[in-house]
Design a protein around this ligand. Sequence first.
Ligand code: GLU
Length: 499
Amino acid sequence: MTTTEVRTRFAPSPTGFLHVGGARTALFNWLYARHHGGTFVLRIEDTDLERSTEESVEGILDGLQWLGFDWDEGPGPDGDIGDFGPYFQSERLDIYREYVQKLVEEHKAYHCYCTPEELRQRREESLAKGDDPKYDRRCANLTPAEQRALADEGREPVVRFRSSDEGKTVVNDLIRGQIVFDNAMLDDFVILKSDGMPTYNFAVVVDDHLMKITHVIRGDDHISNTPRQIQVYKAFGFPLPEFAHLPMILGSDKTRLSKRHGATSVTEYRDNGFLPEALVNYLALLGWSYSATDTLFSEAELIEKFSLDRVSKNPAVFDMKKLEWMNGVYLREVAPERLTELVIPRLQEEGFIPEEIDATTRERVQHIAVTLQSRMRTLAEFVPSSRYFFTDDVEYDTAAVNKFLYQDHIPEMFDLLIDRLTKTEPFDETHIEQAFLAVQEQVGRKLGDVIQPVRVAVTGTRVSPGMYEVLAILGRDRTCHLLNSAAKMVRHNLSVDSQ
Ligand code: GLU
């Protein structure tokens, strides 16, 4: 028995950024192809000349690359890659026209000269009478002479597909099962516009056929287009591909995911400090599951385990909290060198480190990044939580200052600590700890009562990684300087209060 090679495709319209829904569709197509050792095709559906932009194409390619969804055929750095191109629909117009012509010759499509204005009027009249507002097939059987006369009036025709309105069209969807559409619902839809551009429902069939796509996996917003497409397949005598419509993605309030729910573009997630591997893992769970308990999957595991029969028909809910949690899990696994590369541009943007950095700065950044690594859920959290390592002007949390610093014994305790730390040699975690223990004994308090005020004094907040580690990174001079400023601030404040 010969099995056909699996060929899937992602076919975005470049009219905006790559959004989460599109990325999920791309992922499922990519996983399906990779799982079966097949081919993943990227086709750019840019026939809407007004809304398609070069920028959007770039953004989509960039987003897919960042997520790691490499395509085997499609746009490449120096032109198209693959034997079934071009992969930009705007470069395939001759092909569509040729296929339209075939249907016209076989009386399966016809020229329609009705103007948009006439169509609108007739639609309104039908609606007012309570009739079906679909196209009334006025041009379905024009003679050549009638066609010429209409063209002579300066009318520019569209081409309409002659739909069958009897019987039913059955979609055997791999996810949703059998869906039956009544053909009476279909109208003679336009396949070629008056400007010579094909419509989506036509071009998609011609391309999926010519590109030998075996599995059409896409969002379920295209379900209602599928019977139209099936009729076009049948009109040409093309074999049908398999169809799989992915469940909708909802926001937390159970309405379709949109801007209102937060970031929807893949690039925004990158900017907000998410790792591609975390986003990929999370997107895989939007509609697919392996078991009730398994949630963390490496790319290799996803490829190995992915199957369409584990995709649910029910809508998936996008849960930001879960994505953040997952990102934190992946972030903890990131190797120090990569982590450093990831945080450097963020620190530069904030002005915490210069554009040109030397080996010492890089090493210091790495040390800080590793110290904070386990506390971050996103890379974006790194900048605010590492602030005190890079700037002297501490942002004090007022409540923490009132609770831990404004106490009579604090300035003197800080003086004692400064004294010890000045003599601490080397200035490393172990020796810093000894200085703290000595001061704790001297003042007769619990260790926490020394550490917590110091933490507030140097970081401005009550949470940070281990204090000795933080101070070792800060270095002796900055530590003593910050303790000194805090002691002064407390003395000043207490003396003002007592006046
Ligand atoms: N260009 C269409 C879209 O972005 C493709 C739909 C399909 O996969 O057939 O929605």
